[in-house]
Ligand binder design. Structure first.
Ligand SMILES: *Cc1c(COP(=O)(O)O)cnc(C)c1O
Length: 231
């Protein structure tokens, strides 16, 4: 299957899941998780109609950006971001989805101030309370939002989660449901720089489940590009 064929199938599945959930297909943003795929393959995905390119690694993003991989497509950063690499990402990524600590928030704000821009971010939630994953606990989110309201160069646009990988996509449902509840519970907050626009969850194996539970942004990699070969 070609990248274009895969994107067409996924967009169709997304539309079906959205309609089944009483929402509009165009309200769901398809982020292609492009890690380990070269500029040419990323361009093919862009041409096939993905909404956003999502990169995990700073170095890889900079190289592909040089090669014009993302032309005409928004770019999101979705991987773990080290503080010393923030300067490369702020201003280049339209949205940093994987903001997972208060220290990182503060460094991003400083860098955005230096560049005289406002950086959009999502807060990453460690919804499975996994040792191996970074992210805020659900209970922390209200106080983090209140803290962020004191930073002038950041806009919070929503929440992101990577639930525990389950064999059966249905097994992640309780996590998706908890994320939706958290999203709704924190949507009424009246901070100038907090707008709960995006709930980013669901990957190749479970994006339809995630949409059923309320996701409006899904991050899909291997279902578009094929299995990644880790070297
Ligand atoms: C790789 C990746 C995805 C996509 O994973 P697939 O299972 O290949 O669809 C989604 N989110 C993040 C943060 C990723 O790193």
């Amino acid at each position: 299957m070609s990248i274009a064929e895969n994107v067409a199938i996924i967009k169709n599945n997304i539309a079906e899941a959205a309609i089944a959930a009483g929402r509009k297909p165009e309200d769901i943003t398809l982020v292609a998780a492009t890690k380990m795929n070269d500029a040419e393959r990323v361009r093919q995905a862009v041409k096939a109609g993905i909404d956003v390119c999502g990169e995990n690694r700073v170095q890889e993003m900079l190289e592909k950006n040089e090669q014009g991989a993302y032309a005409g497509c928004p770019l999101h950063f979705i991987g773990h971001l080290q503080k010393n690499k923030v300067k490369y990402v702020v201003g280049l990524a339209d949205l940093i989805q994987s903001v997972d600590s208060l220290e990182l928030i503060s460094v991003i704000d400083k860098e955005a101030k230096k560049k005289n821009i406002c950086q959009d971010i999502l807060l990453e939630v460690n919804i499975g309370a996994e040792e191996s994953k970074s992210g805020f606990s659900p209970l922390e989110i209200p106080s983090i939002l209140s803290e962020i309201s004191t930073y002038s160069q950041l806009n919070v646009r929503g929440l992101m989660a990577i639930p525990p990988i389950c064999v059966n996509p249905r097994e992640n449902r309780p996590y998706f449901e908890q994320m939706m509840q958290l999203f709704v519970d924190n949507s009424g907050k009246k901070y100038d720089n907090v707008r709960m626009d995006f709930l980013s969850m669901g990957m190749s194996g479970d994006y339809s489940e995630a949409i059923a539970c309320g996701a409006n942004m899904v991050r899909v990699g291997s279902a578009i590009f094929g299995a990644r070969i880790y070297k």
